[in-house]
Design a binder for this molecule. Sequence first.
Ligand code: PEP
Ligand code: MG
Length: 889
Amino acid sequence: MQQWVYSFGAGHSEGRAEMRDLLGGKGANLAEMANIGLPVPPGFTITTEVCTAFYDNGRQYPAGLREAVAAALAEVERAAGLRFGDPAAPLLVSVRSGARVSMPGMMDTVLNLGLNDETVVGLERRSGDSRFAWDSYRRFVQMFGSVVLGVDHHRFEEIIEQAKLDLGVTEDTGLSAEDWRRVVAEYKDMVAAERGEPFPQDPHAQLWGAIGAVFGSWMNPRANTYRRLHDIPASWGTAVNVQAMVFGNMGEDCATGVCFTRDPSTGEDLFYGEFLVNAQGEDVVAGIRTPQPLSRARAKPGEVPMEEALPQAYAELLRVREQLERHYADMQDIEFTVQQNKLYMLQTRNGKRTAAASLRIAVEMAQTGLITRQEAVRRVNPASLDQLLHPTLDPKAARTALSKGLPASPGAASGAVVFSADEAESRAAKGEAVILVRIETSPEDIHGMHAARGILTTRGGMTSHAAVVARGMGRPCVAGAGGIRVDYGAQTLSAGGKEVRAGEVITLDGATGEVFAGAVPMVEPQLSGEFATLMGWADEIRRMRVRANAETPLDAETARRFGAEGIGLCRTEHMFFDPERIGAVRQMIMAEDEAGRRVALARLLPFQKADFTELFRIMAGLPVTIRLLDPPLHEFLPHGEAELAEVAQALGQDVEAMRRRAAELAEANPMLGHRGCRLGVTYPEIYEMQARAIFEGAIAAAGETGEPPVPEIMIPLVATARELEITRAQVDRVAAEVFRESGREVEYLVGTMIELPRAALIANSIAKSADFFSFGTNDLTQTAFGLSRDDAGKFLPYYIDAGILAKDPFVSLDVEGVGELVRIAAEKGRGVKPELKMGICGEHGGDPASIAFCEGVALDYVSCSPYRVPVARLAAAQAALGAHRDRTA
Ligand code: PEP
Ligand code: MG
């Protein structure tokens, strides 16, 4: 029979770290920690398969589960020397979710379960601390009441607030055992009134209620949103962990804390964490009390580090840190509790980290031999490099400081202040840059955090919800800026006598924790140190080349700085929009005949030649793929009377004739109209001018740099072999002319884009006149799906939400359909010409999943926008290493 439940603790577990899919991350690691001899309170994990079975069977548990839970619970009782529901020695448990990948704060947790009117007395007697016992009971009623019974948590807070008001105290610590006992009674009355039945006293009923709530929370809206944002399938399910409670809130020799084995912001090899004396775990994460540092080295004046407060447990924790890093060979995120000076481990997992930290940790671990270079390359998420390639504050820029908090997640961001997640989302959807400002964030704010450019909180530490989530998302975040006062009612924040209203702009520096008024200018990032080291390793590993899509000198220079090995797509039409040239372009289009067009083209030739010379100079001998004119001509038509008049004058025609000509050129479906090679076939003089500019430019650049470029001339939107034959013949003829005139020659290639399904299917005939293929997966996706690139945004999000498509096919290649066309074309092309060079230049060339596909069909290179070049270098290396392993950043 299938095993639904796995026990752990007391030096032995049924599970292991590798069983994460089955036991969830938390369950698998609790089992592993117990196996390697770390102090883990005993417990058991109900598998993710139970969750899946539960949802597959109309929310029914599989047969045999109840018996398995009863048996595992009995084992916990034995290991802990306590009994569930026994007033003499009550076992209390925590019930927590734990999916395959961590989803911080997304699902529900219940602590202190097993308490009732009788067992609370047992807890009181055994702990010798009445206040602790009744505080624990009221925490339980509150958590169980809101999480399992669905009572609004405000109802509980109102009762506490009223009790404090009646007693004239401001802090929870001002309440005595007797006060908590009264609060518990009021809670239970309130719950009974809300629910129409008494608060459950039977610990077994409590346990099954909590298990049901955790499984239920897998499908709650926040968890659904989180899964969508992180590409986590609903079918994975969550596990449920039931574990004997240990208490960090039983007195001054007790504590609870969270820590990272290295700094999660910078990656520095320093133990990094926070703890609170006499507190339960939730108190640290919730950010209600300000946690203290672990080590003396990290303590600021007035702080009491764990090293001093609990030296014995601290020494033990240091040993655990060493052991866990060695065992997992990765930076760990640890949760622990100290009960009466004894350390207990409650969780370990690979820690979430910033891109900078991820790089540094991977590189340093490889340098010390803890992992291999390949493993280091595998571990860094290519998409996260974006965070490092983005600007930071210009150190020379003037600025007006508002306040300072903790540097919770690096990067700089400016934006308009908003005070709610919903507003952040709605304003960001309109294209506005916003900074989400909250006293503290909670899982309900996740959509707003995602939409915001940066996040600022006034409460909470480096492990507060805001800090953890922002780091995971790569958003700059300043947390716990205590000097700022937020007034949600008035929609203002104030600091140091200055007031900022909603909608006014502020700037955050997540690397220093500083907050500034207004927008502070930014500078480009420096790419050295660990970044350069890791990129060097990636370059040694990858097989595919990485080029950039670039047409301006600035883009080409940026691309080289980021390590591009050539240009894979220069869209020549982008060079036509310059105000100096557009007049000549319009003149060319509006000309009635070839002679008129030739006059205008002669005006454009020197501009194009100069552009190409410059690109060849910057790329110094590297391959440069230049695509001849592609878009529908109407994109360049004159707009309005003034422009019409200008063109009319240049052509010596009247305005009315121009208007007629413009109407003639209009198309019902321009993306499928007179564009691409269809222009070159019907108006050969256009491609002739461009080919001439390319060859003259190449000869000029070769003369200047001594490194002759090898232009790769690319014909767009080819659907038939004949189109390529005709346009190629034009290019070859112009080449011969230019070489004869100048007395010099350069090597060149002529190839085609494969961006229409027909071209993919007849690639064998097209290949006969092609030196290379470049897959234009933007148009290929558009035409394979029959889905307009320009209009799909209106309904595609619905398709993705509804699961009809897993991802936007314009962002990540549709391997099943569009990918199949690529595969067919590659095979057919190589079938007639094995040496045919092949690359990709659609947007997919910068998307890691699509790059993995390109490796699979053995393309020679990918080409992407300059800022994605490092992403592509790393993704190509990972693709060469084979299937991705799980990553943490
Ligand atoms: C493509 O279609 O994928 C392509 C690269 O060309 P463009 O985006 O310019 O149409
Ligand atoms: Mg295209």
